[in-house]
Design a protein around this ligand. Sequence first.
Ligand code: UD1
Length: 353
Amino acid sequence: MRVLSVVGARPQFVKLAPVAHALQDSGCEHVIVHTGQHYDADMSDVFFDDLRIPQPTVHLGVGSGSHGVQTGAILSSMDAVLEEHKPDWVLVYGDTNSTVAAALSAVKLHFPVAHLEAGLRAFNRRLPEEHNRVLTDHAADLLLAPTDVAMGHLASEGLAERSVLVGDVMTDVLYTVRDSLAGRVPPLPEGVSGRDYVVATMHRADNTDDPGRLRAIVEAMAALPIPVVLLAHPRLVARAEVFGIDLAFGAIRPVRPLSYPDMIAAILGSSGVVTDSGGLQKETFLLRVPCTTVRDETEWPETLVGGWNVLCPDPAGVVRAVARPQPEPSDSVPYGDGHAAESVVRALVDRMK
Ligand code: UD1
């Protein structure tokens, strides 16, 4: 079986890692296509190195652009790649512009498409991720769902026959990396140590692209009583600069994005996380570190159980949410046992027959 994976953005490299290893272990041929949506070394190369992902076979080098420009550039480059490699499956990951572009190009050329992390819904049509995941699910031939909730969404959209519950591959990576940290000390800014700090990330268009909202979020983080290690995504840095918002303000200590193992070590050492990332909500839940999510909704509702994750759409509520009492211990494991990638390979083999 020849599988052609298409990835382009940081969370997709994380998802690709266990799948690449599981495909290798089962003797499958694997072609990796990097669209180039993310291109900075700390947004891309570092993940391939740390997570031991084979180097991409093809690099499209599309870079940044508006949604139409970026999606179109991937779409127009993919025809030749698919015709050259003729895969049995085109495997697309998550909900980025790279996902929907690759799915569409494969469907048009009649190559079977499998969507990993299918069935997630925020029920918010403003989000670019929501367009990407809904369109990809309805285009794909095989829907690899991470949770029961995701399976339910797919069934209610008439997609049950194409859906398989495989678990969450990000959980595979998280457990492997957590177990290999062996006392790793993450590179934190000077003066930050112990558990007396919060880790923060903020990159979603809804939070970064409106100057008033971004300013309110930055002011809320700046007002926290302990240092806030802000792992600053390039989108956040670019928008803050355009709007004249200083990120190194109050409690905030902005730093470049960390490698995956350093980020997990930083979270484990922290007293809590403030974020708008989907993946981080899940990672903090699995590591049992309290998370405050600056959004109206979450694609990972399982994280809300017991208060390990709370939604805080109003930036004015962030200080109080971060100060909430430590949630009750929980042994809930809604994202699988850390072997989802093996189930992905099994599903691809079974459905190919
Ligand atoms: C993308 C995904 C989002 C995902 C996120 C993970 C879409 C629509 N969005 O958002 O779902 O959660 O990746 O990080 O696909 N930039 C750089 N260097 C880079 C990459 C980006 O400087 O290596 C800057 C550019 O100014 C660029 C901006 O960040 O315009 C946004 O990048 P883009 O890939 O368009 O979207 P993300 O915000 O990263």
